[in-house]
Design a protein around this ligand. Structure first.
Ligand SMILES: Nc1ncnc2c1ncn2[C@@H]1O[C@H](COP(=O)(O)OP(=O)(O)O)[C@@H](O)[C@H]1O
Ligand SMILES: [Mg+2]
Length: 313
């Protein structure tokens, strides 16, 4: 896709282009897929102008139209991976979807990694048991991919632990640029192997330590945005599920509700079709809440983390 400059869009002057780039919207695609409300907020524009710019970006990219039946065909190839808990699966109307990014966020110990590992195991189950019968690419940024834990979960799921580990391609990311590169390189592995799931655990930890001061926030968001686009493209192109985990930071400005919000703000939130907020409950219980899903009701599910993996509470 030829990337024309943002400045070529009618209504986008050098100043606006700069603001957009600072906020991480540096490609026509990122503009074309924004909402007018977001664009007018980010670039300080009237909603009419924002709308005009978005339409121009779409035209430039020739995004074109799909018929309803094309769309249906695309959705038909969409599949779901079970989370091993009926409650949790019900919350997500069956499980974690392919062709989309699903974000698990929560504080330390809330079971983000346990969910990611469980999905890496369950992706390998036969379809009738809630799997895709496919392998996994796992980008590990915190060194928390523990093979022994995967073996336990594989046994819990009735799979051969050795085979399960053989079908997970793990890469340790040492910094955020390395992480971005690994996601771009994942394409080669996905092409050669039958991959149904890509995990990035944690999506934001490396970015958080690589871009500290406030002055680096814009650059961090820009890189994160690009990274999310890479992941979404892989999800669409190869019909894979993408699962990312994200930490929360305390937000003292928020007086009501849960005073925590996910790292990466709008960039990560908008790129994820499904956002699941995990929090601790008594003992091994965890509560998952589906947040801001465009077509599923908000709700909560209680599950447990046991030696076998996730289970209903
Ligand atoms: N083998 C196991 N058996 C039972 N529970 C486990 C096991 N391994 C991890 N856990 C549970 O998972 C929790 C850690 O969750 P984790 O996914 O690492 O959190 P996060 O990634 O959100 O920081 C532990 O506190 C423990 O309760
Ligand atoms: Mg973790």
């Amino acid at each position: 896709m030829a990337d024309a400059n943002l400045e070529d869009l009618p209504g986008v002057g050098a100043k606006t282009a700069e603001k957009l780039k600072d906020a991480g919207y540096d490609t026509l695609m990122s503009i074309a897929t924004m909402s007018a409300a977001d664009l007018s907020e980010v670039a300080d524009l009237g909603s009419k102008t924002a709308n005009k710019i978005i339409i121009a970006a779409r035209k430039e990219l020739d995004l074109g139209f799909q018929t309803g039946s094309d769309k249906l065909e695309e959705r038909k190839s969409m599949a779901k991976i079970s989370l091993s808990s009926e409650n949790f699966n019900d919350l997500l109307d069956g499980g974690v979807e392919t062709q989309s990014i699903t974000e698990f966020y929560g504080e330390f110990g809330s079971a983000k990694t346990q969910c990611a590992l469980q999905l890496a195991v369950n992706c390998q189950l036969p379809e009738e048991d809630g799997g895709l019968d496919k392998g996994v690419v796992f980008i590990d940024t915190e060194d928390t991919f523990i093979p022994e834990r995967v073996e336990q979960m594989a046994e819990g799921a009735g799979l051969d632990p050795e085979e399960v580990l053989d079908n997970i391609f793990v890469a340790r990311a040492y910094n955020s640029d390395h992480q971005i590169l690994l996601a771009e390189k994942a394409q080669d592995i996905i092409k050669k192997n039958d991959i149904g799931l890509i995990v990035v655990d944690s999506l934001t930890a490396q970015f958080r330590s690589d871009y500290v001061g406030r002055g680096q926030l814009a650059e961090r968001q820009q890189k994160l945005n690009k990274h999310m686009h890479t992941l979404q493209r892989l999800a669409n192109t190869f019909n894979t599920a993408v699962v990312v985990t994200n930490q929360v930071m305390s937000n003292p400005g928020q007086l009501f509700g849960d005073p925590t919000s996910a790292i990466g703000g709008h960039i990560v939130g908008h790129a994820s079709a499904f956002r699941i907020y995990l929090r601790k409950s008594k003992k091994d219980k965890r509560i998952a809440r589906l947040v801001d899903c465009p077509y599923l009701p908000e709700g909560e599910a209680v599950f447990r983390v046991t030696e076998n993996g996730l289970e209903d509470a």
